[in-house]
Design a protein around this ligand. Structure first.
Ligand code: HEM
Length: 396
């Protein structure tokens, strides 16, 4: 089986169906890793941190010491440091600014009647928001996006070979740049604290000790990558789903209050993050198969979210689906810290896009090109056409 060709990364679902029924727990011999495809198995791998560690060892070396790659009790301490910034209350306070950024980005494109949704809007909105939360001026968006891409391309570590080597060295180069950049910013924050996440990271103490610059760089990378690529895909995937399912689009236009449930359905139907990473702490039995201690385990979130044992008519995109116990944000102690922020950004983005872009359609008949990272699902570019609307929502 090959999860990496472009066609498969655009639409992995037929393969997932096959795997769920034939081998829900699969040893991929060439990569010596174990994939889990069904909802129950995926949920177990995500939540049972006694059996499945988040400290993974990729073929290219050791995983970095980041929040997402740590286990309790260290994980609990690391998570507490940034948790406050991502509570529902803190995130709600960001709403006016997210609205403003969304409006400005659309204002720049709206009169043209066409744009690349991925490049001109969905890629920028979450990047601007997370950069401002961190406290970094967005003078150079291109650099931020490049760094974020280099971080998520670390997903190639599981594939081995030349491509993995190339991605690792691109990340090493990006890391050097980030290190030099952050050194200056952190110096400035120590001199003159501000009300932002980097100041918090500079000031916080864990077990009576301040974080090192390297630990702060770890947080910076997780937040930059997790805060951008993922939500970009959620917005792009939502528009793809709604264009593909016109009756659901009409239903949403007729009842905008279904929007939160529609967003959950996009998260399930085209999960932006398709796979997670774990390592078996000991020999672990899942569905009668024994995963040996020390092996890399890949719970396939995208497949779990289409499991017919859990979801009725799983290949139908139904914006009113209830219940919808998807695992698109993970489960357990690593449950996505940014979920309230991602939901807020998606709600504002979709309500702006749907209210301001009439007659929305894809501008190309060509199949869309998938984004590079192996763990993500979404288009690298998404040219769309629409009827030019008014320049600002208020004027419209
Ligand atoms: C649609 C958007 C998003 C999706 C689908 C998503 C998905 C996920 C998933 C599946 C995990 C769990 C990984 C695991 O268990 O190994 C996770 C963790 C995480 N996410 Fe998100 N994410 C999204 C947006 C965001 C945003 C906007 C942020 C904010 C900056 C963020 C920050 C994080 C962090 C820091 C973690 C690690 C939490 C921990 O290890 O305790 N995510 N995310």
């Amino acid at each position: 089986m090959n999860l990496f060709p472009e066609e498969m990364r655009r639409d992995p679902y037929p393969l997932y169906d096959q795997m769920r029924s034939s081998s829900p727990v699969l040893h991929v011999a060439p990569l010596d890793l174990w994939m889990i495809f069904d909802h129950e198995g995926v949920k177990r791998a995500l939540t049972d941190h006694e059996a499945f560690s988040s400290v993974v060892t990729p073929v290219t070396g050791k995983a970095p010491d980041w929040l997402i790659f740590s286990d309790p009790p260290r994980h609990t301490k690391l998570r507490a440091i940034v948790m406050r910034a991502f509570t529902a209350r803190s995130v709600a306070a960001l709403e006016p600014r997210v609205r403003e950024v969304s409006r400005e980005l659309l204002d720049q494109q709206i009169e043209r009647g066409e744009m690349d949704l991925a490049l001109d809007y969905a890629g920028l909105l979450p990047t601007i928001v997370i950069a401002e939360m961190l406290g970094i001026p967005l003078a150079d968006r291109a650099r931020f996006l490049r760094w974020s891409e280099a971080i998520v391309n670390l997903s190639y570590a599981i594939s081995g070979g030349d491509e993995a080597e190339r991605m690792m060295s691109e990340h090493a180069a990006a890391k050097d740049e980030m290190e030099a950049y952050l050194a200056e910013v952190l110096k400035a924050r120590r001199r003159a604290p501000k009300d932002d996440l980097l100041t918090r990271l500079v000031e916080v103490e864990v077990d009576g000790e301040r974080l090192t610059d390297d630990e702060i760089l770890g947080f910076f990378q997780v937040l930059l990558a997790a805060g951008t690529e993922t939500t970009t895909n959620l917005i792009d995937n939502a528009i793809l789903c709604l264009i593909e399912w016109p009756e659901e689009l009409a239903r949403l236009r007729a009842s905008p209050d279904v929007l939160p449930s529609a967003i959950e359905e996009v998260l399930r139907y085209r999960s932006p993050v398709q796979i997670a990473f774990r390592e078996a702490r000991r020999d672990v039995e899942v569905h009668g198969q024994v995963i040996p201690a020390g092996k890399l385990v890949v719970p396939v979130i995208g497949s779990a979210n289409r499991d017919p044992q859990q979801f009725r008519d799983p290949d139908r995109f139904d914006i009113g689906r209830d219940p919808n116990p998807h695992v698109a944000f993970g489960q357990g102690v690593h449950f996505c810290l940014g979920a309230p922020l991602a939901r807020l950004e998606a709600r504002i983005a979709l309500s702006d896009l749907l209210s301001r872009l009439r007659g929305l359609e894809l501008a190309s008949k060509e199949p869309w090109e998938p984004r590079k990272p192996l763990n993500m699902l979404g288009p690298a570019r998404l040219p769309i056409r629409f009827e030019p609307g008014a320049r600002s929502a208020a004027a419209g």
